[in-house]
Every structure is written in structure tokens, then in C-alpha cells.
Design a protein around this ligand. Sequence first.
Ligand code: KG4
Ligand code: ZN
Length: 330
Amino acid sequence: MSTILGIESSCDDTSAAVWKDGKIVSNVVVSQEIHQKWGGVIPEAASRNHLQNIAPVVKEAMAQAGCDFTELSAIAFTKGPGLMGPLLVGGQFAKGLAQSLNIPLLGVNHMKAHILAHLIEDPKPDFPFLCLTVSGGHTQLVWVRSSVEMDVLGETLDDAAGEAFDKMAKLLGLPYPGGPHLQKLAVNGNPKAFSFTIPQTPGLQFSFSGLKTQVMVFLQKQGPGFLSKNAADFAASIQFTIVEILMRKLKKALVETQAKRIALAGGVSANGPLRLAFQELAKHQHCEAYIPAFQYCTDNAGMIACAGFELWKSGVFEDLSCSSEPRLKF
Ligand code: KG4
Ligand code: ZN
């Protein structure tokens, strides 16, 4: 059996988790709150925060797992995609630890890890399955043939679904990250109160930037008291439109692939109305629906450790050597 330490630092969450004998035994996530005052992630500030957080977060994950560093079989880290500085902090920490323990280093793709979060807990989907991955940086429809073979069928041409939630929440004056705040505000709102145009994108591609512009222009045309009277209805209508855009393309992909199983992954899959629409679509199309537990939807190292285990089984390791350039010659 194997024990794998996972490290995630692609954006503004510093996280470490331990995968032991086929399950996650600890998953510690420290979210950086400093970005709230700027209304978005500042990469340099995120890097510095990761530097401060990473050693205590790793120690805490190991302690919660009741695991000694000598027991580790390998270390998995987020190789990308993500913010360069934050990725470097996690990557260099993981590499140094793997070198000092003389164990393999596993470089995990963050988007594949969101999908493989489905393998952490039961019920797990059998392969192949169709996955809609919706995060702050990506929106993708992926045909998952196995834990290592995946084909991107379609993705966003501009903003990601999470980014759309966050940017429109900002227009409503909500704090960062806006997705969960917008959902909360929309709870008592009428989703049909305002209607927005659904973009006509080709094939299985998505687009959210037009919706963002529509919302911005609409707000600019309203009087000063508009939001104080209509905030809940407005938020519910925006949320309804984002969910509708996602569901229309998922349904199209489902028909094209004849998938028997559909899965939802990434931070936006924490959204209540999206989860509901996803379950309803599956029921209507007679296929099985899978959504990971809430703590494995948003960024977390549990999914990195789990995806790392798949790489470890395939023997796909990172280079541990330290290449140093010879002295500069003048
Ligand atoms: O996967 P994730 O944690 O980080 C990235 O890899 O980007 O996704 C973060 C995104 C943010 O845009 C956040 O606003 C969104 O997920 N999100 C939500 C909800 N919870 C998180 N969006 C809508 N409703 C939610 N409940
Ligand atoms: Zn993510």
C-alpha cells in the first residue's frame, strides 16, 4: 500500500493532504483572506502567503493523519495550471521534501485532479464518464476514458464560469470570491425577474463575457436605488443564466457522447442551483450523476494526493535532480 502527501498551491488556497491505503486521511486547507480587500487575487501577495503557510499546513496534515514523514511513499504537487508564483512555492517545497526523503515526486495537473476528486469517496463513477469542470479559471467538458486518458471536448472561449460569478458579484458590490455570496443573495430572488441573452457559441464551447457586459450595461442604465430594491432578483437571474448556459452545453455533450454517467467538478460545483439542475438533467436523460463531497469540490490537496496516486501507479515521476548553471563567464 502507499502513503502520498499532496500539496496544492495553484491560486489562493494553501492545502496539504495525506492519502493512505486508498483513502484521504487528512485534508487541511488555509484560504488566504487578504485578497478580499482588493476584490481579486494578487499573485505576488498569494505567493508570499503560501510561503508563510506551507510548512505549518503540511505539518498539520501529517499530524492529523498520524503519519511520520518516513512513512511517505511519494509527494504529489500541483504542477499547473495556476498562478506562476504560487505554483513555484508549492512545487519547490514538494521537490525539496522529496529530495530530502529520497522518494518520488509526482507533478499533478490541477484540472485533471478536480476530475479525479470523484475517485476519493464512494459512489465513484465507472469509466468512461462525461465531466463538466467548472472552476474560477476553467470551464471544460471532458470525456474521461481512464484516470490518465482524458479528452477536452469543449471549453470556454473567454471567462470561466467561476470568474463570471465573481465578476458579476463584484458589480453587485459583493465581496471576493463572489460566487458563494451571489448564491446566498439569490436565495429569495426570482430567477425569471430579469432575462439575459444566452450566447450562441459553436459546438461545445462556452462564453460568459457577453453576459458580464450585458449585466454591466444594464446596471449602468438603472437609477441609483435599483440594486437596493432588486438585488435578490437580479442575483437570482444572473445565477439562473449561468446555470442555463452550462446545462445547455452539458446536455448537447451528453447527446453527442451517449454518456451513461455524468460528473460535476471544480469550485463552482458547490453552487446549489447548479447541483440541482445537474441532478435533474441526469434524471431526465436517464444517466447516473456524480458530484464529489463539498470539501473536494473547491481547491484542496486531497484531490492532488488522489491524482498523484494514479501517477504513482503508472510510474510517472518528476525529475529530482538539481541543475545548476556553471559560473557566468565574462
Ligand atoms: O476550483 P476552485 O476552488 O478554484 C479554481 O481552481 O479556480 O473554484 C473557485 C471558484 C470561484 O470563482 C468561486 O466563486 C466559485 O468557485 N464558487 C462558487 C461557489 N463556491 C465557489 N460559485 C458559485 N456558487 C458557489 N456556491
Ligand atoms: Zn481549482
